[in-house]
Design a protein around this ligand. Structure first.
Ligand code: NAP
Length: 280
């Protein structure tokens, strides 16, 4: 009998995870199917119980359920607990265990594109939302030495820093300070929603002070090249969009379910083709 996996969210019609995972199951000749489930917040508790009852082998969790699902699971991985969000649920016998693969997915994609480990580099994260939290805590958990945070709302960056359970040196900056001091950083990670389609001409900061040997990783992948990436490239910096992060967070979920890490290049191509463009 085919194993059943899926993703829950509201809305869910736009999700590219079903294409990515069903292609991977096909490529690996696995008897499995991945389905998008549209679950409203008020139905979340019933849905989780239902998925357990019908024998779902695992599922992804997307907006707006990543935090709300946590008390409904039997166990939460410590990193997901620290991040305060679950994007992957694994079934172990009759128990549902929650993980977060967003941060690890990002770091894998960054290391791969950067060409070496980034842990000893001077890193700036722009933004202090959910994605920034996953990235900041994962970098800190893995032993990053210095990760500074620049955000529009200082209190949110302060909260991120004060709740980080892993040791890391962090200074907090305004977006104006980030622009001024950009030349001090080896790696700049853009995690705000600014620059995302359709507002493609917007940028959270201007990068006139960036060093030509710096690296900019924007976690947005639509458009494939955001304004901050364009500006950084003009000044000689290397850039990366969020496609690798997306593919890797999916690949790591797949690995937790099946024990097999699928072909992430192939996963990226699926998403790229669905978006109808090229990636960086
Ligand atoms: P979020 O929790 O809502 O956080 C949004 C962040 O953007 C906050 O830091 C917010 O600053 C900042 N921001 C929003 N509008 C702004 C503005 N006009 N000026 C200055 N700052 C602004 O969102 P999220 O879940 O972290 O997602 C952020 C982005 O990452 C989205 O574009 C999402 O699609 C993308 N993402 C990509 C992947 C991937 O796999 N590649 C995964 C997850 C998310 P304040 O704190 O001041 O409000």
């Amino acid at each position: 009998m085919k194993k059943l996996y899926g993703v829950i969210g509201d809305p869910i019609g736009h999700s590219m995870s079903p294409d990515m995972h069903n292609d991977a199951f096909g490529a690996l000749h696995m008897e499995a199917y991945y389905h998008p489930f549209h679950i409203k917040s008020e139905e979340l508790k019933t849905a989780v119980a239902g998925m357990k009852a019908i024998g779902l082998s695992g599922f992804n969790v997307t907006v707006p359920h990543k935090t709300a699902i946590m008390p409904l699971l039997d166990e939460i991985d410590p990193l997901a607990e620290a991040i305060g969000a679950v994007n992957t649920v694994v079934r172990d016998e009759n128990r549902f265990i929650g993980y977060n693969t967003d941060g690890e997915g990002f770091v894998r994609g960054l290391n791969e594109e950067y060409g070496s480990s980034v842990l000893d580099k001077k890193i700036m994260i722009i933004g202090a939302g959910g994605a920034a939290r996953a990235i900041y805590y994962t970098l800190s958990q893995q032993g990053a030495e210095r990760v500074d945070i620049a955000n529009r709302t200082p209190a949110k960056a302060e909260e991120l820093k004060s709740r980080c359970p892993y040791p890391v040196e962090t200074a907090l900056l305004s977006l104006e300070q980030a622009e001024e001091q950009l030349g001090d950083y080896d790696i700049i990670i853009q995690t705000t929603s600014i620059g995302m389609s359709p507002k493609v001409s917007e940028t959270p900061i201007h990068v006139k002070n960036i060093r030509p040997d710096a690296f900019v990783s924007d976690i947005i992948y639509n458009p494939a090249e955001t304004m901050i990436m364009k500006e950084a490239k003009k000044r000689g910096a290397r850039v990366q969009n969020g496609l690798k992060m997306f593919a890797y967070q999916g690949a790591l979920a797949f690995e937790k379910w099946t024990g097999i890490l699928p072909d992430t290049e192939r996963m990226q191509k699926i998403v790229q083709n669905k978006l109808g463009g090229t990636s960086c």
